[in-house]
Design a binder for this molecule. Structure first.
Ligand SMILES: NC(=O)c1ccc[n+]([C@@H]2O[C@H](COP(=O)([O-])OP(=O)(O)OC[C@H]3O[C@@H](n4cnc5c(N)ncnc54)[C@H](O)[C@@H]3O)[C@@H](O)[C@H]2O)c1
Length: 422
């Protein structure tokens, strides 16, 4: 049964359950399905080797199948030690012949070992969520640079890291920043993170949100989504920011914007979504209420200074799956969810398929664009071309049974002119 070669997964016997779950997700991925049908006919990725470092979920499995249908040979590893869905990984190995190196709960050493195993495919294309493949290739495994044509990047934090590399002129191949597509961050970061982060918090804690004080750190795309959804569940939402523009937007959207020092003593639930480091730190933990819940939905597990919390605590114990209680010396208990890692992927299942449909349509078309334009692209970070973004939006609308009006010739002329006024 096992067809993927040299994989390292939890248990191949989970494959049947994994396939059922992948099929369930694919029902809500019509845009990716359309692209998959074309890829299967045209084989635009024939002979292309891809190393992918993504959250190994059912939706990612659907993307892997599309790449494989397009003719690519794919090695997949996880982009977070806690986000792997072991059944999906088993199904990819057993039924799709894809090599997967990912086990939910893997330690740091195994995590990085799996990245090296994914890279052993000697990729033409790297597909990242957080820039770990690019980072390893540029530091420890430069020999792989020879074959790489380019890479794609899924998330905000990865794009920030890659832009920093390009600015410092150390980036050695072009990157297509999938996150920059509107059909990605407008929907995945906002509605996907908004819903799935609440889902993770609720699955982990079973807490009632109505009437609670919910603190959202960061009012970017993800923070907007979470604040909107937490309010919808009846919470009193406080927002913290460092940038006056999103802070002003939060005020106009009807949220209270405060400094974290003010939020710390009143918050019941805190969630960071900033891409920044130590947004919650000792000075805040010292002021939090007994029973406060602290979690993160930003890419890396550095937004909450957990080592500082551990230093303040006299004991730590796991009280429920994904809930650790830090008992302070003064008797207060603070609860950290999912070890400060992405709570929506660790304690729930990540974004629903409806939004990953668009994110992964951008990934598939981003790879095709990269390969078609390889001679024209420099060692920079490129956005998804607008026509691709619009095409994905058009396909999604069609799948939703919605259509838009067409400009009349008169309107086209009017919109292209400057002479006409009132
Ligand atoms: N959980 C998920 O599934 C998921 C999905 C998409 C993106 N992400 C990650 O979430 C993070 C945020 O992504 P985004 O697209 O919303 O980014 P964004 O750039 O749109 O927003 C981040 C916001 O955080 C603010 N900020 C930075 N430092 C801060 C601090 N110390 N205190 C308060 N606010 C601060 C910034 O001013 C900005 O408004 C990134 O790490 C991204 O990779 C996670």
């Amino acid at each position: 049964m096992a067809r993927g070669t040299g994989s390292d997964i939890k248990d191949i016997r989970l494959a049947k359950a994994g396939r059922d779950r992948i099929e369930w997700a694919k029902k809500d991925m019509p845009v990716l399905r359309t692209i998959g049908d074309r890829f299967a006919r045209q084989k635009p990725l024939k002979g292309v080797r891809i190393a992918a470092c993504l959250h190994v979920t059912t939706e990612t499995s659907a993307l892997m199948q599309v790449l494989s249908a397009g003719g690519a040979k794919v090695h997949l590893c996880a982009s977070n030690p806690l986000s792997t869905q072991d059944a999906a990984a088993a199904s990819l190995v057993a039924h799709d012949g894809i090599s997967v190196f990912a086990i939910k709960g893997e330690n740091r050493k195994t995590y990085y070992g799996h990245i090296l195993q994914a890279l052993a495919v000697a990729p033409h294309v790297t597909m990242d969520d957080g820039a770990d493949l690019v980072s390893v290739i540029h530091t420890q495994k430069k020999e792989y640079l020879r074959d790489v044509v380019g890479g794609t990047e899924e998330t905000t934090t990865g794009v920030i890291r890659l832009r920093a590399m390009a600015d410092k002129k150390v980036l050695r191949y072009p990157i297509v920043a999938v996150n920059e597509a509107k059909t990605k961050h407008f929907f995945d970061n906002r509605y996907g993170t908004g819903q799935s982060t609440l889902d993770g918090i609720m699955r982990a804690t079973n807490r009632l949100l109505a009437g609670s004080c919910f603190v959202v750190a960061g009012y970017g795309w993800c923070g907007r989504g979470l604040a909107m959804r937490a309010r919808g569940m009846g919470a009193r939402v406080l927002v913290t920011e460092i940038d006056p523009l999103p802070a002003l937007e939060a005020v106009m959207d009807g949220f209270e914007v405060v400094r974290m020092a003010e939020a710390a003593p009143v918050g019941d639930i805190f969630c960071t979504l900033t891409g920044d480091i130590h947004v919650l730190r000792a000075e805040h933990f010292r002021r939090m209420k007994d029973g406060a819940i602290v979690c993160n939905s930003g890419h890396f597990n550095v937004e909450i200074d957990i080592p500082a919390l551990a230093r303040l605590a006299k004991s730590v114990r796991t009280v429920r799956p994904f809930v650790q209680e830090y008992r302070m010396r003064d008797g207060r208990a603070l609860h950290v969810l999912a070890e400060g890692r992405l709570v929506n992927l660790a304690a729930a299942e990540g974004h629903p398929a409806q939004v990953m449909d668009m994110s992964f349509a951008n990934q598939a078309l981003g790879v095709e664009y990269l390969l078609r334009n390889r001679k024209k692209l420099g060692n920079k970070v490129y956005g998804i071309p607008v026509p691709i973004d619009k095409e994905i939006a058009r396909l999604k609308l069609r799948a939703l049974g919605t259509s838009v009006d067409r400009l009349t010739p008169e309107q086209k002329k009017y919109l292209a002119s400057w002479e006409m006024g009132t």
